[in-house]
Design a protein around this ligand. Structure first.
Ligand SMILES: C[S@@+](CC[C@H](N)C(=O)[O-])C[C@H]1O[C@@H](n2cnc3c(N)ncnc32)[C@H](O)[C@@H]1O
Ligand code: SF4
Length: 381
């Protein structure tokens, strides 16, 4: 495991300043001192695909004309976060590469912070790879799996490695994806990529393929970004990792759309402190989903003996759902949040065109409605 952590350290860290910050952050975290390690920035809600499983679907559709997060705001948020200990930023969306100024976005992040960017690869070119590298990008997370088979370009992934940008194949860990994930691992071995498991935000009633996850977790090519950049062996959401939307709302994570404040009306430090104090008490491996294996571990960590019959129910003490105690303190943030909550409420009341509790279209076919139009090269399927 140590060798793996060292490899991951080498892959992400591109300068001594980053290395020093990571070591200091690790020491602070292990000493139990409040520190913010990782930020996910949804720099746009615009996307040129409409994957039916997308967890960001409700957020993307909640705004009629979603504005990009301004470059100055990226600089300001990451400067504030840096003062709180930041070592890593993941640039995401929507599709970050629909932004023509994505190079300035990456460049606005302090250089002693490791930057990754997650993309569906449709708009990636060699020229953009070179410019992203110049802007300071350390890792590119290229999404891979059933939905990305057409857009993934292995030659461009190899080109990233040649240019000194490490490549992580970002896969969704459900049983139906196993053959694709196995192929991702095979490519990773051949081309020096890594593979990152995304916990599925449940779709098509499929939960996490935990048997496979625990089998592959210690594979040398399996990258534990979440845990490496954002926390010890526990869910970092709300404590060591925060998610900021295009209009400044601060959420626990990309999949739990609970908002605890907005950076446009309050310094990040205050929001982080509130969230940290709430979530540090919670010691589960993932706030989103518990599998049987984690249940025992979660019980051990929390010093409790909850019955397994609660697993996956609304009373599940280790997961976060609307209305459960961990959601206390979340506020109605921007209009976007209010619209999301209104849409969910409509759905739970059986209203037409609402979204279910997982943010999916409640109309039955699971397809997104009213998807925003891309600024560049739309490749909708
Ligand atoms: C929301 S996307 C944004 C970046 C970019 N548009 C892309 O697709 O790579 C970020 C990552 O989340 C993953 N993802 C989307 N919906 C998911 C879900 N329901 N469960 C797990 N992962 C999901 C995607 O596959 C992608 O790797
Ligand atoms: S490419 Fe797919 S997963 Fe990524 S933001 Fe767009 S719709 Fe969501």
């Amino acid at each position: 495991m140590l060798r793996k952590a060292f490899k991951q350290f080498q892959l992400g860290v591109k300068n001594p300043g980053q290395g020093m910050r990571i070591l200091a952050s690790e020491a602070k975290m292990r000493a139990g001192i409040r520190t913010l390690r990782s930020l996910e920035l949804a720099v746009t809600w615009i996307c040129n695909l409409d994957c039916e499983f997308c967890y960001a679907e409700d957020l993307m559709k909640a705004q009629k004309k979603p504005p990009h997060m301004p470059v100055e705001e990226v600089a300001d948020i990451t400067r504030q976060a840096r003062d709180l200990g930041l070592i890593h930023v993941n640039v995401t969306g929507g599709e970050p590469l629909v932004r023509k100024d994505i190079f300035e976005v990456v460049d606005a992040i302090p250089k002693d912070v490791v930057v990754s960017l997650v993309t569906n690869s449709t708009l990636l070119t060699k020229e953009k790879i070179v410019r992203l590298k110049q802007a300071g990008l350390s890792t590119i997370q290229m999404s891979y799996g059933g939905y990305y088979l057409k857009s993934f370009q292995r030659d461009l992934a190899r080109y990233c490695v040649e240019q000194g940008i490490s490549v992580t194949l970002s896969v969704v860990n459900i049983k139906a994806e196993r053959p694709n994930i196995e192929h991702a691992f095979a490519m990773a071995e051949e081309d020096d990529f890594s593979v990152l498991f995304n916990y599925p935000m449940i779709y098509k009633n499929e939960g996490v393929d935990s048997e496979y996850y625990w089998k592959m977790r210690y594979h040398p090519r399996c990258r534990e970004d979440n845990l490496f950049w954002s926390g010890k062996d526990r869910c970092p959401a709300g404590t060591h990792k925060l998610y900021v939307t295009n209009d400044g709302d601060v959420m626990t994570c990309d999949r739990i759309h609970a908002i605890y404040g907005n950076v446009r009306t309050e310094p990040l430090a205050g929001i982080h402190k509130r969230m940290y104090e709430q979530f540090i008490k919670h010691k589960s491996f993932c706030l989103l989903e518990t599998c049987e294996k984690q249940w025992d571990e979660n019980n051990k960590r929390s010093g409790r003996n909850y019955s397994k019959t609660l697993l996956g129910t609304r009373e599940d003490p280790f997961n976060v759902f609307e209305g459960t105690p961990l959601m206390h303190g979340s506020v109605a943030g921007s209009t976007m949040a209010q619209e999301i909550h209104a849409a969910r409420k409509r759905a739970s009341e059986g209203g037409a065109n609402g979204h279910d509790a997982q943010g999916h279209d409640a109309s039955g076919d699971g397809r997104p409605v009213d998807v925003p139009v891309s600024e560049e090269a739309p490749t909708k399927r």
